[in-house]
Design a protein around this ligand. Structure first.
Ligand code: SAH
Length: 398
């Protein structure tokens, strides 16, 4: 048995860890240099070395590890992983039983008690995301737990960390029966094509499920819809199935076109009746404005940061401009759906962006509805940053 490494917490951070904040940040630790091997078990200790919490060492973009327990005697072993994962599965029973949806998050990192690890289910194919080399050292235990707790077609994985500066992305298959991709998953009766062995992104973002449903059921009927930063066009599909008159999908990535055709096709929608354009969104706004084009619904779902040839976009800085551009091509009484996954600001600030943009455009608006993460993306109440998704449905009222 390895002796746990003692990490001395700086006095001003002690209360935060006593209050169950889960992320171990380098700034909070007096002696981070004692850390050597990722996956090592660490004890956070206070003055006089008194025990505060136990976790593991694993470097991510934020933090150097996660707290796993506040019980000194609890071991981080197979039963630990089995308990956490089985509690998570129990919380998703409604999803396992729902016949119209078979793609959902089974385990959501710190929200389910183990930061750095997520597990998604796509029609019986399971996808594990490992966010550090440290959490990856527990792979055998996690796979054994899945073997004992669930029936699966296959398990795939994404190692979302660097090893010696190289992103590992050869074969993501772990075990079971290799899938034939795309696998077609169901979400509230809609179909989505998913590829588990083709890069970090699989074709659909599960956290937008409730937004896709709302678009389809409440907002799209009879509308001209512009879907910007469209990726595989998942929002366009929801809109088309919801009766949109026409959808226009804009994404800079060349691959997005064939991927969007695929998503329409697995839903029996004639993609030739939709517009799918490979273009910089900001150029498209200029084009649409110049041609006096107007839409009944504009969907904005940019990445937190994006660099194209001409410009860098940062959600925290440039979102108001994006909304302003959208206001000018949205019909009166039209709808703007503004989404961001940037965890560096909260809903209040995001609403402020909307307010600023409409004020500067001298236009009135009403917020009709707001969304955050869906139920299966369980959030740790001591780590509100984990609730990164913010979506506003806004009506332009004049
Ligand atoms: N809305 C999508 C997810 C968007 S992911 C969905 O629901 O599935 C972000 C996408 O933005 C990526 O596909 C990326 O290629 C695209 N992107 C980034 N910068 C862009 C730009 N300047 N113009 C158009 N697309 C851009």
């Amino acid at each position: 048995m390895n002796v746990p490494i003692e990490l001395k917490v700086k006095p001003k951070y002690i209360t935060q860890y006593k209050n169950k904040y889960p992320l171990i940040s380098k700034d909070a630790i007096l002696n981070p240099d004692v850390l050597e091997r990722e996956g090592s078990i660490v004890h956070l200790v206070g003055d006089n070395n008194q025990f505060v919490a136990k976790g593991y060492y694993g470097k991510q973009n934020k933090g150097i590890g996660w707290v796993l327990t506040h019980k000194k005697g609890e071991r981080i072993d197979f039963p630990f992983f089995k308990t956490k994962i089985s509690e998570a599965i129990n919380k998703r029973q409604a999803f396992y039983e729902d016949e119209s949806t078979n793609a959902f998050r089974v385990f959501n990192g710190e929200g389910d008690g183990i930061g750095g690890l997520t597990i998604d289910c796509f029609a019986g194919y399971y996808l594990i995301n490992w966010y550090s080399e440290g959490i990856y050292t527990f792979k055998d235990q996690v796979i054994r737990v899945l073997d004992e707790l669930i029936k699966y077609q296959a398990i795939y994985e994404k190692k979302r960390f660097d090893t010696k500066g190289k992103y590992i992305n050869d074969d993501d298959f772990v075990k079971g029966m290799r899938g034939e991709f795309p696998v077609i998953v169901k979400e509230n009766g809609m179909n989505y094509a998913v590829h588990l062995n083709d890069g970090a992104m699989v074709g659909i973002f599960l956290d937008q499920r409730d937004v896709r449903e709302a678009i389809s059921i409440k907002y799209a009927d009879g509308k001209k819809v512009l879907n910007t930063f469209s990726y595989t066009g998942a929002f366009s599909v929801a809109a088309a199935l919801g009766g949109a008159e026409k959808t226009t999908s804009i994404d800079l990535a060349k691959r997005s076109k064939s991927k969007t055709i695929e998503q329409f096709s697995v839903n029996g929608i004639d993609y030739e009746k939709q517009d799918i354009i490979v273009m910089d969104v900001f150029d498209y706004f200029k084009y649409a404005t110049r041609h006096n084009m107007k839409f009944d619904m504009v969907i904005l779902d940019p990445p937190s940061f994006a660099r194209s040839k001409k410009r860098t976009f940062s959600a925290a800085k440039n979102y108001p401009e994006l909304i302003k551009d959208s206001i000018s091509i949205t019909e009166k009484n039209g709808i703007i759906i503004a989404s961001t996954n940037n965890s560096s600001f909260g809903m209040k600030k995001f609403k402020g962006f909307v307010a600023d943009a409409f004020r500067e455009m001298n236009t009135k608006y009403a917020i009709l509805e707001e969304f955050s993460l869906p139920e299966d993306f369980h959030v740790d109440r001591n780590f509100p940053q984990g609730n990164y998704l913010k979506v506003l449905v806004v009506r332009k009222t004049d």
